[in-house]
Design a binder for this molecule. Structure first.
Ligand code: ATP
Ligand code: MG
Length: 283
């Protein structure tokens, strides 16, 4: 059961960046003498006054087209970026004021995770364990258990990561995120690029993590069916703003069905954003 306790509270949070065009203009050689004193004005608002709560033991999904602000929101929650406006708390700890305490509760797994590619999955995980200050022997057993549960063959755990497929490396990234037993896990596109079987492995693992280990999970995905099946609630982001936030069933019920066909999450996405995610991803 999902708890009533608020695990994550995001309130009116905004984050903007100077866009690359503005950055280029800022370089003195590219700008006219008269402009040099003026700061560049163009900014991209990546996350635009977002408010949401995630409850304890909830699996919460964020859907959005490329560039809609999903990763920026995850980075703000994981203390990697500081909000321009608004406030974010994780179990009542403020991500800006209580950064270290928040870091102990969460872990972030991103699709572009960095590894030592010449080292094996086990060596990378044991390196992470030392960084987290975890006991060596226990962590070794845990690493093997998580990696094999995620479907990595035991005999491949000791080969250089660069010899593994991208999907396998992604599973290693997920495993690393779990090693410290975070109470809240932030998964940025954990299943993008995985084959159907591997997607399933990761999805089952995410469910198990919530059911057996009491974790709260926030994930981003481009996979509509995955969001529909896996998430307790979903927020749809568009240009940094939350367009709609509800349970998958309520979202589907909110969009009229087309010619007697049952409404799918893809219809829901199209309805609220006017975008077809498949086309968007293919670009
Ligand atoms: N460090 C940065 N500097 C400048 N602009 C940035 C930075 N990070 C993100 N942006 C911009 O903010 C917007 C949101 O980007 P973000 O990476 O959060 O989107 P996303 O929803 O995760 O997209 P994707 O589905 O492609 O991963 C984009 O316009 C992006 O170019
Ligand atoms: Mg992203």
């Amino acid at each position: 059961m999902i708890g009533t306790q608020v695990a994550l509270h995001v309130e009116n949070t905004t984050k903007s960046f100077a866009n690359s065009e503005a950055k280029r203009q800022w370089l003195p050689v590219r700008r006219k003498e008269a402009d040099k004193t003026k700061p560049p004005r163009k900014r991209i608002v990546a996350v635009d006054h977002v408010s949401m709560d995630v409850r304890r033991r909830e699996i919460f999904g964020i859907l959005g087209a490329n560039g809609s602000g999903k990763s920026t929101l995850i980075r703000l929650i994981s203390t990697l970026l500081i909000p321009d406006e608004g406030c974010i708390t994780v179990f009542d700890l403020d991500v800006t004021r209580d950064e270290m305490a928040v870091k102990r509760l969460i872990n972030r797994v991103s699709v572009d995770a960095a590894f030592f590619k010449k080292l094996s999955a086990m060596e990378n995980l044991m390196y992470a364990a030392r960084l987290y200050g975890l006991p060596t022997v226990e962590s070794r057993d845990k690493a093997v258990r998580i990696l094999t549960q995620l479907g990595l063959p035991k005999e491949r755990l000791y080969e250089p990561l660069e010899d593994m497929s991208r999907g396998m490396q992604q599973k290693v990234a997920v495993a690393r995120g779990l090693l410290s037993s975070p109470i809240m896990l932030l998964l940025d596109e954990p299943t993008t690029g995985l084959d159907p079987r591997s997607k399933r492995d990761v999805q089952v693992f995410v469910q198990d993590l919530r059911d057996a280990h009491d974790a709260t999970i926030l994930l981003t995905t481009h996979d509509m069916d995955e969001a529909d099946r896996l998430c307790d609630r979903i927020a749809i982001l568009d240009q940094g703003r939350i367009k709609v936030l509800d349970t998958p069933a309520a979202l589907r019920a909110s969009v009229p069905s087309d010619n007697g066909h049952e409404t799918t999450m893809e219809d829901v996405f199209l309805h609220y954003t006017g975008k077809n995610l498949k086309e968007d991803v293919a670009e």
